[in-house]
Design a protein around this ligand. Structure first.
Ligand code: CAA
Length: 258
């Protein structure tokens, strides 16, 4: 687990932490970082002892985007045949809930990485944006799709077309961010939220995330059908019986992830 060069990993209780660690480039996403991030998330995802993943960066930057210096001279053919960011798709499909704990810059691919997570918790220092237009490209890791879904077409269009940044308070008002906390409290707040999630039944967390994700990928009618099927199937779990019995008996549930 510690053979990674661009990320740091740790586990606290049932929470797996991934800290982006390329301070010299404000955590810009190069191919190594994306590969390592995907591998680390997949390893946590395969571990039944982990019920929530937190992805974070440094005080100065969550991630300042895709690595411009690595991409600059690539041809269209190279970008297509050896896309340095393919790992982000795998990352966005992990079953385990993922919290992005964002301080400082979350720009371009950094904002898109945050949006590939399930919950975005922001320090009051966080700044979000999709500045790709100023580089002569467009967002390439989901920004033109996930941002309009998160904050609405018109505000997303303004951000993508102007490339301007928004601060944490604006991001919260727009609905991108669940909560803004003082920078000094970011990790403690992320940990508390992650622990609250990780205490739930793992198969039920997977089901909830999969059903939430369907809302991003399907129309409402198909999504509602999907949700109904998943909801019904959960009655096959011991944890459903336990959760409801615990409610009736006025006690905390003891989930076994079965
Ligand atoms: N790629 C590569 N290196 C980056 C980087 C990036 N995205 N962002 C910052 N860095 C590097 C800088 O080049 C600098 O390195 P040197 O010291 O070797 O010059 C170092 O990180 C520190 O950055 P700055 O000196 O620029 O720090 P600053 O505080 O003055 O500015 C910033 C901070 C406003 C975030 C500025 O660094 C910046 O604008 N970064 C680029 C943001 C951006 O355009 N992101 C989108 C990338 S494209 C993309 O993401 C495409 C996609 O969707 C797939």
């Amino acid at each position: 687990m510690s053979d990674y060069s661009t990320i740091l990993l740790s586990t606290r209780g049932r929470v797996g932490w991934i800290t982006l660690n390329r301070p010299e480039a404000l955590n810009a996403l190069n191919s190594t970082l994306v590969e390592e991030l995907a591998a680390a998330a997949a390893a946590f995802d395969a571990d039944e002892e982990i019920g929530c993943i937190v992805v974070t960066g440094s005080e100065r930057a969550f991630a300042a985007g895709a690595d411009i210096k690595q991409m600059e001279d690539r041809s269209a053919v190279e970008m297509s045949l050896r896309n340095p960011f393919v790992g982000l798709e795998a990352f966005s499909r992990v079953r385990t809930p993922v919290i992005a704990a964002v301080a400082g810059y979350a720009l371009g691919g950094g904002c898109e990485l945050a949006m590939a997570c399930d919950i975005i918790l922001a320090a009051d220092t966080a700044r979000f944006g999709q500045p790709e237009i100023t580089l002569g490209v467009i967002p390439g890791l989901g920004g033109t799709q996930r941002l309009p879904r998160a904050i609405g077409y018109y505000k997303a269009a303004e951000l993508v077309l102007t490339g301007r940044m928004m601060d944490a308070a604006e991001a919260e008002r727009a609905g991108l961010v669940s909560r803004v906390v003082p920078a000094a409290d970011l990790f403690a707040e992320a940990e508390a939220m992650a622990e609250q999630i990780a205490a739930k039944s793992l198969p039920v967390l997977y089901a909830a995330k999969e059903s939430l994700r369907a809302s991003l990928e399907t129309g409402a009618a198909e999504g509602l059908r999907f949700e109904k099927q998943v909801f019904t199937s959960l009655f096959a779990l011991d944890d459903q019986k336990e959760g409801m019995a615990a409610f009736r008996e006025k006690r905390a549930p003891r989930f076994t992830n079965r």
